[in-house]
Structure formats: C-alpha cells, structure tokens
Design a binder for this molecule. Structure first.
Ligand SMILES: C[S@@+](CC[C@H](N)C(=O)[O-])C[C@H]1O[C@@H](n2cnc3c(N)ncnc32)[C@H](O)[C@@H]1O
Length: 278
C-alpha cells in the first residue's frame, strides 16, 4: 500500500469501495475468482483486479461503486482494533508537532492497534527507525496484522516489541523523538531520559484533563522546555447548492497532545572575570 496511484489493482491488495451515497466499504483482500457481496448486489473481484484506481464497477442491481486504495485515514478507521486508535484528525497534528521527519529514530508506546505506528513508519521513511512497545500480546498481534495489511509486509524500519516500554532504559539505544499513547506516561520520563538525545521531543497523547495536567507538570519538573498542550477540533461542513453549514455531528473530544523538548545539561560558561580597572 502507498505505491503509485497509477499501478493497477493486484490480487492481495485492499480496496476501498465507495457507493453513490459516500458510504465506504473495505474489501480486505482482492482474490481472483472471489465475489464481494454488498447491500446493492455482488461485485466480482476480477472486475477490479487489473484496473486502475478510480475505476467504477456496477452490481447486477445497478449500484455503482468507485474503487480506490484506502488512504491512511480510511485504513485507520476501518482496520481491526484491539485498543482505541488515535483518530486521523490527531495523527496529522501529532506528526507535525512531534516533528517526525524522514530519517528520525522514534520510540513509540503503546503500539495499541498500530494507527500511530503506521503513520510514524510513513513519516520516518526507509532511512528512519520506529521502535514500538506494546505490553499486551493480543494488541501486539493485532498491530502486527494491521501494519502488515497496510504496507503489504512489515516495513524494514519498524521493530515491534511485545514488552513494557520501561525496559527501554536498559537497551542503550538512542532516539530523536518519543511518542507515548498510554494511560500513565509520567513514570516513563525517567527511563526515556536515558535514551532520548538532547533536543529530542517527547509527545504524549492522553484523553483526560487530569492525565494531561499530570504529564505537563511532570515534564516541567523533569526539565523539559517548550512544554505545550492542545487538542484538535475538526468540524466538517455540509455543502450543497442550497445550503452551506457545519455538519450537525462532530467528534467533540478525543485526546490532548502534549509536547516537550529535552534540554542538554547546562553548558553556560561561567561569568568572565571582571576586567581590571584601567
Ligand atoms: C490507547 S492504546 C494505544 C493506541 C495506539 N496509539 C493506536 O493508535 O493504535 C494504549 C496502549 O498502551 C499499552 N501500554 C500501556 N502501558 C504500557 C507500557 N508500559 N509499555 C507498553 N505498552 C503499554 C496498552 O496495552 C495499550 O494497548
């Protein structure tokens, strides 16, 4: 997934089918000879395989579906979930404010369902590295499946570990960025300090104000600088020829993104000696 949009659909790929009312359906795997059944009738996978993105297919009942490769946002909303995922509206902000760049060495915990992991792998690219810890074996397995499904195979830059991220201190590894999406990130600031280079960023994602206050205060007392917290409000709009207004429903709250930057040990030179009186 994530290849050229001009490449024709191949067996083994996922495909997003969108009906005329903008309802979206994910076909998990295209298989030669198989049939996908919808409320509007059946579609043969062979009608999609070998065709380009944007292809329109019609069921015997006359219903038309447009075929696209799922975007990261489509995939995250449709993929199997163990733990609660970070929603696309927050993923984009998280990548920018945690300053995830191509080639970055990123530590993540917990992997959960793998939504952040997928976004991180894309952002660091083949030159980067993502190490992601997940405590629970069932969630770890779900994440492995989701990441494999998204990329076609586990990306070489990714290391998924089924372990407590607290173990990171003993590894001797070095990181540029740390992304934490787990209920209690503050006790981890100690272990992380041993692996995060000065200038590195920690980004914590927590759902409640109580957790947010705790991580902000903990980051400040651990000496982090530029500590800031925000949430992302995403309001979609209904636009037709007759009316333009915000949609009635929105996802009102998901989580708070808190960022902090690690300073180096003090390197300010001592005050120069006063010049002798002339
Ligand atoms: C909210 S989920 C993460 C969801 C993930 N960001 C996603 O978008 O799919 C939090 C996860 O952190 C894991 N977790 C909690 N404490 C942990 C720890 N100390 N080390 C590793 N994983 C931990 C939990 O098992 C859970 O799966």
């Amino acid at each position: 997934m994530g290849g050229r949009v001009t490449a024709p659909f191949e067996p083994g790929e996922r495909v997003l089918l969108i009906d005329q009312r903008d309802r979206r359906y994910l076909v998990k795997t295209l298989v030669t000879g198989q049939v996908w059944h919808s409320h509007g009738g059946a579609i043969e996978h062979d009608a999609i395989i070998g065709r380009s993105e944007g292809t329109r297919v019609r069921t015997a009942g006359g219903m038309v579906f447009t075929c696209f490769r799922p975007t990261l946002a489509d995939f995250v909303l449709k993929m199997p979930r163990g733990a609660q995922v970070v929603y696309p509206k927050d993923l984009g902000a998280l990548l920018v404010w945690a300053d995830i760049y191509p080639g970055a060495r990123v530590l993540e915990a917990g992997t959960g369902s793998g939504a952040v992991t997928i976004a991180l792998c894309r952002a660091v690219g083949a030159e980067g590295r993502v190490v992601s810890y997940e405590l629970r074996q069932d969630f770890h397995r779900t994440a492995v499946g989701n990441v494999e499904a998204f990329f076609g195979k586990l990306p070489a830059q990714l290391d998924l570990r089924n372990a407590d991220v607290g173990a990171i201190a003993a590894t001797g590894e070095r990181y540029d960025r740390v992304v934490l999406d787990l209920p209690e990130p503050w006790p981890l600031l100690g272990p992380i300090d041993g692996v995060l280079d000065p200038g590195g960023l920690v980004c914590a994602y927590v759902p409640t104000t109580v957790q947010m206050q705790e991580i902000v205060l903990s980051m400040r007392s651990a000496g982090y600088e530029q500590v800031e917290t925000f949430e992302v409000l995403h309001r979609s709009w209904h636009v037709t020829a007759r009316s333009v207004r915000p949609d009635h429903r929105m996802i009102a709250h998901t989580g708070f993104i808190t960022i902090g930057r690690k300073a180096a040990e003090a390197t300010i030179p001592d005050e120069p000696p006063a010049a002798p009186p002339t």
